[in-house]
Design a protein around this ligand. Sequence first.
Ligand SMILES: [Mn+2]
Length: 424
Amino acid sequence: MELERKSIQNHNDRLVGHHEKKYRQLASDVSNINSTLKKLIAFQIAIPSWALGTGGTRFGRFSIGGEPRTLEEKIEDVGLLHALNQSSGAISLHIPWDIPTNVKNIRNLAASHGLTFDAVNSNTFQDQSDQKLSYKFGSLQHVNKSVRKQAIRHNLEVIRHGQALGSTALTIWLSDGSCFPGQLNFRKAFQNTLESLEEIYSELPRNWKIYIEYKAFEPNFYSMTVGDWGQSYLYASKLGPKAYTLVDLGHHLPNANIEQIVSLLLMERKLGGFHFNDSKYGDDDLTVGSINPYQLFLIFNELVEGMDANKMNHAEALGWMIDASHNVKEPLEDLLQSVEAIKIAYAQALLVDRRALGAAQKSNDVVLAQEILQQAYRTDVRPLVAEARLKAGGALQPVILYRELRVREKLIKERGSQTTASGL
Ligand SMILES: [Mn+2]
């Protein structure tokens, strides 16, 4: 289904008076309001194809109904989100879940919704039915060269699919590792993985990047072969200038200082991409900003500071994506909430008085430094984010309009109540 422009217009007409009152008050306090709005409008967050249905659990899945059954329907769902918030202008595909049958049609469909194709993701953490060798004991790290070759071939196939669609990055997340001490020779596992990655890297198209995503634990519970940012950085450094580390917020041990990791990776120009989500315990795949919005702000504070120091374009220099999927919320409403949380944290980070913070740091004024950060964090920037959305042609209140339009009911009518989207 597609949203009529008229329904967004009617919604905005109804709310704009109230909005303007709140926005004007906030805008008068922001010194660089026009450039802040411009940055907010440009900032797009890619939606992963696997977040459009319920999932995110290895236990029971409870379908919400009307979940997308095909790649076409996944693109339509992201198109709906983008029409509402004008901030979800890209989709990230997972191969083999999302292999297009007709590339030209898929490209046209995406373009008609104003969407581009973000990084493509390979999958060697599951065995596929037509696969000869098993990944039970790893893929790129495997002790058997034939298994490694098979996983390399898969990654090259993913690049080809991505190239056909106009994507320019490959994200590799490996479940490789070991569950028990003694199972694996760490050094050999690293060397095998590096050798495999080198083969993939050598086939990377000229304008492409490769993102090496790390995760502390799960599905392996003793060691992960790309277990933290140090290991990812080591691979990315050895591979070369087109290889970067990808930070997924949920892939750290509890209380890890992610903002510091981000800062140092940016310093080394090795931060390539970002996967947003939130967690209470570990990789819980919860809605961005639902558990720890202050941490999200602190991360964005470092992102903005580091990108500005490197003179990077905030919207384009890194791959921004949501990576979450769970079982109880309406998936599209959840994604609207996630995108909103990301934009709020970004807007707050843009408000930090950098000169004053620098001066406070130089004079070891710890109290003032905290005051400056929290001044930005405690500013209600929602009218600012809404104004950016309004200017871009989106809805002032995306979730409210989504409900008013009864989108889910219409999707269930169109697709059925028992549909399940592919993914985890
Ligand atoms: Mn991820």
